[in-house]
Design a protein around this ligand. Structure first.
Ligand code: HEC
Length: 178
């Protein structure tokens, strides 16, 4: 849409563009000519394409960024939902009702050597002490939850979520529904 809007500003040298496009399409099987050998007209045409292309890239880039952050938000939301389902009973607001020295706040995680995503993943998968493991292949059985197990990608989301919450001091989380 934005691209079309800036195209007319190209001026006369673009008037041959439909033909050039056709030529290029015809030759597409053989690859393009190297830039050095291009005829003047062709070069002019490409030059006048640069500003609208740049404009399009600039115009579209916020859109791309938005999509990335929407993706992140969805992951964070899924993480939050999983956390509420499986972890909040013992770790409400990042605390630990069973073992006060093992909260999900950064200072405890660091002290207990669980401050990296992979370590949080491992601990959540296999459990530790009085914390049950949630992984589908968690062993030994006595260490694993009697409740529903979690998929590997769910545990990964949880590890990401816990880590990012810990890094930010456990701000309260908004979750709409389950
Ligand atoms: C039944 C209560 C319980 C549930 C449910 C539970 N945890 Fe835990 N969690 C604990 C206990 C107890 C510890 C301390 C384990 C130890 O260090 O011996 C702990 C420790 C942790 C730690 C390390 C904290 C630290 O500072 O050492 C992480 C990370 C963690 N849990 C994540 C989770 C996640 C993610 C879930 C949800 C999938 C979860 N926990 C569910 C009881 C629970």
């Amino acid at each position: 849409m934005q691209l079309l809007a800036v195209m007319p500003s190209c001026g006369k040298s673009c008037s041959r563009s439909p033909q050039l496009f056709r030529q290029k399409i015809d030759k597409s099987g053989e690859g393009y000519k190297p830039v050095a050998k291009m005829q003047n007209e062709e070069r002019k045409f490409l030059k006048c394409l640069v500003p609208p292309l740049m404009a399009a890239i600039v115009a579209l880039s916020p859109l791309c960024n938005t999509q990335v952050s929407v993706g992140q938000t969805i992951d964070a939301q899924k993480g939050a939902t999983l956390f509420r389902r499986a972890c909040i009973g013992c770790h409400d607001a990042g605390g630990n009702i069973i073992q006060p020295g093992a909260t999900l706040f950064l200072k405890d995680l660091e002290r207990n050597g669980v401050d990296k995503e992979e370590e949080i993943y491992r601990l959540t998968y296999y459990g530790k002490g009085r914390m049950p493991g949630f992984g589908e292949n968690c062993t030994p059985r006595g260490q694993c939850t009697f409740g529903p197990r979690l998929q590997e990608d769910e545990i990964k989301l949880l590890a990401e979520f816990v880590k990012s919450q810990a890094d930010r001091g456990w701000p309260s989380i908004e979750v709409d529904g389950d």
